[in-house]
Design a protein around this ligand. Sequence first.
Ligand SMILES: [Zn+2]
Length: 276
Amino acid sequence: MKRLPIFIVSLAALFNSLSGYCWGPTGHDVVAAIAENHLTEKTKERLAELLDGRSIVYYSSWMDSIQNSPYWEAGYNQTKTWHYANVDNGHTYQTMKKNDNGDVVVALERLTSELTNNYENLTDSVRSDYVKMIVHMVGDMHCPMHAGRLSDLGGNRTKVRWFSRNTNLHSVWDSKIVESARNWSYSEWRDQLDRTDAEFKATVMQGNFEQWFTETVAGAAKIYDYVESMGENPNLSYQFVYDFSPLLEDRMLVGGYRLAYVLNSIFDPESVQPIK
Ligand SMILES: [Zn+2]
């Protein structure tokens, strides 16, 4: 029995680290790679300077990885809640219980504002970190279970089976559905998804963070309704992958276009209509 508290602590640590890992590396890489296709030359140059020549794909999961690095205790633990916003059934972002430590909408608004309006007062290191976080958070914002309910901690407490193995709904949308839908690398996903026409791009590359997040809340609601209609501890498998592939593809594609829009707005504002 003496070992129990340690076990509980380690489980809690595991839970905390998993809860912020939506999309998993492949999903974040897909979003960043699609965005890369739509950056202006000027934005690409500015990013190359800030990221020492590395790409935004390279850093797309950096914000998850710092949770296990010296950065964490050095102050970056304040970013822990910036990966999501949990909206309970019947609520909107406006009416939901706000997290005092911030959420994905607040954090994106703050960091883009800093890079847009306070750039001269930031060090290169801070500018670089903010870019890496924006790249990650725009991806998270488009992941349905990062807009999941507070009552089940964004799907972490909704028990499901995935091809008969016990897991939870958050984990399904973390990486399982991406891996099961296609056996593609991030660049194959990018090449297959980024084939839409100019009108579609123009439609989705506008708006603001709260509007975009609200779309993800609607996607999450569809998933909850579907899963709840299947009863206790449902077994999600091929039918779920088939039924939700359109949502999965839409979220990664639209997230990629919007990430390009955000980065172009910051680094090449004359190329876009500013975010309202
Ligand atoms: Zn995350």
